[in-house]
Design a protein around this ligand. Structure first.
Ligand SMILES: [Zn+2]
Length: 257
């Protein structure tokens, strides 16, 4: 009898592991090029996106600030700098989520900045051809982040919007950076390379990351090799022209210069 029980539990455990592994995908709504083109209205709610993960980044309807999904809760960093927890019914025009479970944790050297971190992590990774969910937690001497102001029709392309973006400079701040490292071949769909958002430990500050300097922080990451894309079923997306190469616009939007 005991052997049968043991067998039953072993099978159940295996099934659980498989179900969990199958869930470890990045699930995304819309594409980065659609966002760059000014498609700021989504058709998926935050509540729906939460079904596919507890960790992620993006923005909310009408581009009303930066978005993070951290430990199962969405945080929306408004252009005023205020952080709110948006309702599940709020829609998102661009958002990527996954289930975060740290595969590896590495202490980052004191004084590491964003550029230094990217070089360090790229060297650490055995392959750059997969997605990685990235989390950096700790204290930072400096943190530079931005948000974006809510838009109304007719929508300007994102490259125009960010010309008026508020930039937040924080000093000696604790918190977490979360986001993704995407492979080079995702261009058009997501951001090749690193894309991180910041949330302070007290959940009152944050934004899209431009730069940081580590005081005492740890990097955790996990590889994700499954990617699911929901295309918006909206008139703007159906009629959009996505034939341009948006790489230059993306660079301007992602960086601080
Ligand atoms: Zn961002």
């Amino acid at each position: 009898m005991n052997r049968i029980k043991t067998f039953f539990f072993a099978v159940a455990a295996l099934l659980f592991v498989n179900v969990f592994a199958a869930d470890n995908a990045i699930t995304q709504t819309s594409t980065i090029d659609a966002l760059l083109k000014g498609l700021y209205e989504g058709d998926r709610t935050l509540g729906e996106m939460k079904k596919y993960g507890d960790f992620g980044i993006g923005t909310v309807d009408f581009l009303d600030g930066e978005l993070l999904l951290f430990e199962g809760t969405f945080y929306n960093v408004k252009s005023s700098g205020a952080v709110v927890t948006p309702p599940d019914e709020m829609k998102t025009p661009f958002c990527s989520v996954t289930n975060f479970s740290a595969e590896k944790t590495v202490k980052l050297p004191k004084g590491t900045d964003f550029k230094g971190f990217m070089e360090l992590m790229d060297k650490e990774l055995p392959s750059l051809n997969y997605f990685y969910a990235v989390k950096i937690k700790g204290s930072f001497r400096m943190m530079k982040a931005r948000s974006v102001p809510r838009q109304s029709k007719p929508y300007l392309p994102l490259v125009e919007v960010v010309k008026k973006q508020p930039i937040f400079d924080f000093e000696n701040i604790e918190g977490v950076l979360i986001g993704f490292r995407c492979p080079v071949f995702v261009k058009g769909i997501n951001v090749p390379g690193y894309h991180l958002h910041f949330l302070s430990g007290d959940r009152t500050k944050g934004g899209h990351l431009f730069d940081f300097v580590v005081e005492d922080a740890e990097l955790s990451y996990c590889r994700v090799n499954d990617f699911r894309l929901f295309l918006p079923v909206t008139a703007d997306f159906a009629n959009g022209d996505f034939s341009d190469n948006m790489a230059k616009a993306l660079q301007k939007v992602e960086g601080s210069k």
